[in-house]
Design a protein around this ligand. Structure first.
Ligand SMILES: *Cc1c(COP(=O)(O)O)cnc(C)c1O
Length: 422
């Protein structure tokens, strides 16, 4: 099965383009480091999910922690997407971007009473609950506001997606979800509360999943619970299988969205629950391939042991290599006639963990542009101001046009909220 989203980064005459725009033009117009996103790649990736679900009750809730730029959210909202949020700040972004709160599910282990009140006031679709104390907090807030809160229980199905330990979330040892054995008591408690309406069940077993099998294993465990609940007279409206599909960073071969949905839908149908709304919460697979981080080589430092390309992007711009030991593809933006050498590509931050790529064969000199590909997810959304570095600009390419969707942060903005003692 082919991946539906076309590769938006291509070479033409040796130069690297995003859709119809040379990346070198973007660098000269907006400077570096700059995040570049392809509109068509985002829309195609969303359509791959939506098309595969067509004809059955369904909702795709984009997990916006992957990339929460308003322009990205707005495009997805226009495509009919819902949103999976993890904070009150993310809910405010959805609303600012024109998203529909009635298509929002609220995930996360530590929602505060204030965030719960904000979400109830916005009338979101569902709170994905992770514990008894959280259920009780939602009930208390709902009573105080005179509203009913729609809830789902995030089940920890105890399946191993065989991914990086930091992004595996569905094992017993993780902080996420409700232990399988505790799920039914939690639903029964929820059913006894006056301001709680049970509407669904959900799970999210991890990220960077390259196989359909762990999803089906989790699906079976969820459907077992759905059956028991039905026996108790609790009929659920939706089943939410979470997100987690990987993308191709290097040589990964994740299933296409259609393949995953085909398998899940067949399982749900076979077990007699085809009438329920099927939901997914993809993040990385919607925005990852659409994004690149453009950076410029500042210094070439050669040594007896190692050679370094010191670039103007750093771990504060793109944390994935430092945090997850992630491999990301780095491509020269213009062809270079020189001799390739083996380099570590690093930023200027005062940390040995500040690297973007290691041991790459590349020909480069100061002033050259590089593009870190597959950077659309968990790139800008994890960026910080460490070392008093303003965050990168973000631009969206649409065919031959380029829109600045977040301007570069100035240094003055970094300390605008601070003050000295009298
Ligand atoms: C992060 C997250 C997702 C999205 O994961 P991806 O790997 O980006 O698809 C979905 N659901 C929940 C609850 C999450 O925390």
């Amino acid at each position: 099965m082919t991946v539906a989203s076309a590769q938006p980064y291509r070479r033409s005459g040796g130069a690297l383009f995003c859709e119809g725009v040379p990346l070198a033009d973007i660098a000269s117009r907006f400077g570096t480091p700059t995040y570049v996103y392809s509109r068509s790649a985002i829309e195609a990736a969303f359509a791959a999910y939506a098309d595969a679900l067509r004809g059955r009750p369904s909702l795709v809730c984009y997990a916006m922690k992957a990339n929460s730029n308003l322009a990205v959210l707005n495009l997805l909202a226009r495509s009919g997407s819902g949103f999976d949020i993890v904070s009150g700040g993310e809910l405010a972004r959805v609303i600012a971007a024109g998203g529909d709160p009635r298509k929002v599910v609220f995930s996360g282990v530590g929602k505060t009473a204030a965030e719960i009140a904000q979400a109830l006031a916005a009338d979101i679709l569902c709170f994905n609950l992770e514990s008894v104390p959280e259920l009780e907090m939602v009930e208390r807030v709902a009573v105080r506001m005179g509203r009913r809160a729609r809830i789902s229980v995030r089940v920890n199905p105890d399946v191993d997606p065989k991914t990086h330990p930091y992004i595996s979330t569905g094992l017993k040892s993780n902080k996420f979800g409700v232990a399988y054995a505790d799920t039914l008591p939690l639903y029964r408690r929820a059913a006894s509360l006056s301001h709680i309406e049970i509407v669904g069940i959900d799970c999210h077993i991890g990220s960077r999943i390259n196989d359909v099998a762990p999803y089906l294993e989790a699906a079976d465990r969820l459907l077992d619970i759905v059956d028991v609940l039905a026996g108790d007279g609790i009929e659920l409206a939706h089943i939410d299988f979470g997100g987690g599909l990987d993308i191709r960073y290097r040589d990964e071969t994740p299933p296409a969205a259609a393949e995953l949905i085909g398998a899940l839908a067949a399982r749900v149908d076979r077990r007699g629950h085809g009438g329920k709304t099927l939901m997914l919460e993809p993040g990385r697979s919607i925005v990852g391939p659409a994004g690149a981080l453009l950076t410029r080589v500042n210094i070439v430092k050669t040594g007896a042991e190692k050679n370094f390309l010191i670039v103007d992007a750093a771990m504060n711009d793109l944390l994935r290599p430092a945090l997850y030991d992630a491999w990301m593809d780095v491509q020269p933006v213009q062809p270079h006639g020189g001799l390739p050498r083996t380099y570590d590509i690093v930023g200027p931050i005062c940390e040995s963990g500040d690297w973007l790529a290691r041991q790459r064969q590349i020909a480069a000199e100061p002033g050259d542009l590089l593009a870190v590909l597959g950077a659309g997810a968990y790139g800008m959304s994890m960026a910080s101001n460490y070392n008093s570095r303003g965050r990168a600009a973000e631009v969206m390419v649409d065919g031959e046009r380029v829109y600045e969707v977040r301007r570069r942060e100035t240094v003055e903005e970094l300390f605008a909220l601070e003050s000295t003692l009298p």
